[in-house]
Design a protein around this ligand. Structure first.
Ligand code: PEP
Ligand code: MG
Length: 326
């Protein structure tokens, strides 16, 4: 079967009835680009820039960051690259960044919250990103946004840095998109309002599930509560996608769930536009997409959100739906 998948490397990602949905790759460093190209990704849906900070003994300079971002953007040859601003905090720490200890790091000063407290570090990263945007098609994405205020502040700082660069005669891409992760339940609930202020969403299920179920994503003792197919999680995902589409923006997913065989048909039924996953999952999902006619799974999303009551029911629902498709 793997040999079958390999043939799909240069094929577009289409359903049995010819609808195209983007299958993208998640990366951690520019070195991951080899796998991205070998597996025929149509975009980079998430570049987790914190590894640039973690693999370094001090804050990476604007120049070092610019080089790394440029390499990935150029490597994709015009296809879109979504780069997420630094998501340090939670379980990710830096030896050279002496931050106060917190009782609940996942609920503490993490990601965009940290960027807002250390704006110089944030501005350096944004300048590197803006400069790199001249070399292809870039989307800048903010992690862990929970309120409109946070989003507006981040966008304001981005605009200030952009204006400064332009005033200095530095070239900035003219097709730059600005988006946000949907991984805090508050943002999912207000997706319709957020959608009016960004170009795209990317749903981060790894965190969205942990925060919705109040179950630490790394704690084995509560892993039974970490339920991707729980109807509550699915309703938030559907609400997010609907909020995006009703306001004319696209919605992707870069959490692990995007490359999951049970989750995929549900997401397709919801009309999710972009599926970003580890490069090694791309051809498996492209093959699965090819087998599904979206007309045959029209009811799946509503059933999974509003009829099923449990995680297990949804697992069975998808298995039975897929069996019927043959
Ligand atoms: C997520 O939360 O789903 C996500 C993609 O981000 P990370 O796993 O880096 O927190
Ligand atoms: Mg996350």
């Amino acid at each position: 079967q793997k040999a079958e998948w390999k043939k799909l490397k240069d094929e577009p990602s289409v359903t049995a009835n010819g609808k195209h949905y983007t299958i993208a790759a998640n990366i951690g460093t520019p070195d991951d680009m080899k796998g991205v190209l070998e597996n025929g990704a149509e975009a980079v849906g998430l570049y987790r820039t914190e590894f640039l900070y973690m693999d370094s003994s001090d804050f990476p300079s604007e120049e070092d960051q610019f080089e790394a971002y440029k390499k990935v953007i150029e490597g994709m040859n015009g296809k879109q690259v979504i780069i997420r601003t630094c998501d340090i905090g939670g379980d990710k720490h830096l030896d050279y960044w002496d931050l106060p200890e917190e009782m609940n790091p996942f609920l503490g000063v993490r990601a965009i919250r940290l960027s807002m407290q250390y704006k110089d570090i944030f501005r350096t990263q944004l300048r590197a990103l803006l400069r790199a945007s001249a070399y292809g098609s870039l989307g800048i994405m903010f992690p862990m946004i929970g309120t409109l205020d946070e989003l507006r502040e981040a966008k304001k700082i981005l605009k200030e840095e952009k204006d400064k660069l332009v005033a200095d005669g530095v070239k900035v891409g003219d097709n730059l998109q600005v988006g946000m992760m949907i991984e805090v339940p508050a943002a999912a609930v207000l997706a319709d309002q957020f959608a009016k202020e960004v170009d795209f969403f990317s749903i981060g299920t790894n965190d969205l599930i942990q925060y919705t179920m109040a179950a630490d994503r790394g704690n084995d003792n509560v892993s039974y509560l970490y339920q991707p197919y729980n109807p509550s999680v699915l309703r938030l995902i559907k609400h997010t996608i609907d909020g995006a589409h009703e306001n004319g923006i696209w919605c992707g997913m870069c959490g692990e769930a995007a490359g999951d065989n049970i989750m995929f048909p549900i997401l397709l039924s919801m009309g999710l536009d972009e599926y970003s996953m580890s490069a090694t999952s791309i051809l498996r999902i492209r093959s699965l997409m090819k087998q599904i006619n979206t007309e045959d799974i029209k009811e799946l999303a509503n059933k999974a959100c509003y009829v099923s009551e449990t995680y297990e029911e949804n697992e069975k629902l998808v298995e039975e739906t897929m069996k019927k498709l043959g």
